[in-house]
Design a protein around this ligand. Structure first.
Ligand code: ZN
Length: 201
């Protein structure tokens, strides 16, 4: 998993270098991240037409907001932009490792085992719950320069891509939690209204 991410990051390093921002929580221009209950999180995101400097500006803004919030992934709808754009950085403390930018991502196949793993989300701060997802994916996307890419991913990277892609359909990880009683307790503890969950099972 770490190796996969390292090679994927290396391959995309030249492309994403055009959108890199300094890492760390001290960010001058971070955006507000919408939280559970906001309509912005439930809108389907539009595909990005032309990948241009405005797209890269948005990606930089998303990276700053993600680093400021100490996250490892962020989807554009979380900052109120209904576009199919994701940023991911599984190594936010490692300045040398470039982040990933995925534009218009499409899953071609998923497989491996179905794994349960604890997830959190910058839009539902403080809530961490087990979610079942496939362990391997095959994903295509455009990079920050607009070039088509296709990659296999597994482990945490696969999970992170699937979690962020859910945001593009207006789906949140709490919608996928099968343990309803733990979910309701966690949400209440952190001050969220369970009526904002849209259970998928
Ligand atoms: Zn999320």
């Amino acid at each position: 998993m770490a190796l996969d991410f390292a090679s994927l990051a290396r391959q995309s390093g030249r492309d994403s270098s055009s959108v890199r921002v300094p890492k760390g929580p001290d960010q001058p221009d971070s955006r507000v991240i919408h939280t559970l209950g906001s309509d912005e999180l439930r809108q389907p995101a539009r595909r990005v037409g032309k990948v241009d400097e405005a797209t890269r500006d948005l990606a930089r803004s998303m990276l700053r907001s993600m680093y400021a919030a100490r996250g490892i992934g962020l989807a554009a709808p979380q900052i109120g932009e209904a576009l199919q754009l994701l940023v991911i950085d599984l190594d936010p403390d490692e300045a040398a490792n470039p982040p990933l930018v995925l534009i218009n991502p499409t899953i071609h196949a998923s497989g491996g085992e179905l794994c349960a793993y604890e997830e959190g989300c910058l839009s539902i701060p403080g809530v961490y719950l087990q979610v079942v997802r496939p362990s391997r994916i095959d994903v295509s996307f455009r990079d920050a320069m607009g070039r088509p890419q296709r990659r296999k991913a597994d482990g945490l990277l696969a999970r992170c891509i699937l979690h962020e892609m859910d945001h593009l359909s207006g789906v949140l990880f709490v919608d996928r939690v099968s343990d309803r009683s733990t979910l309701e307790t966690e949400l209440a503890d952190k001050g969220f209204d369970r009526d904002h969950v849209r259970p998928m099972t």
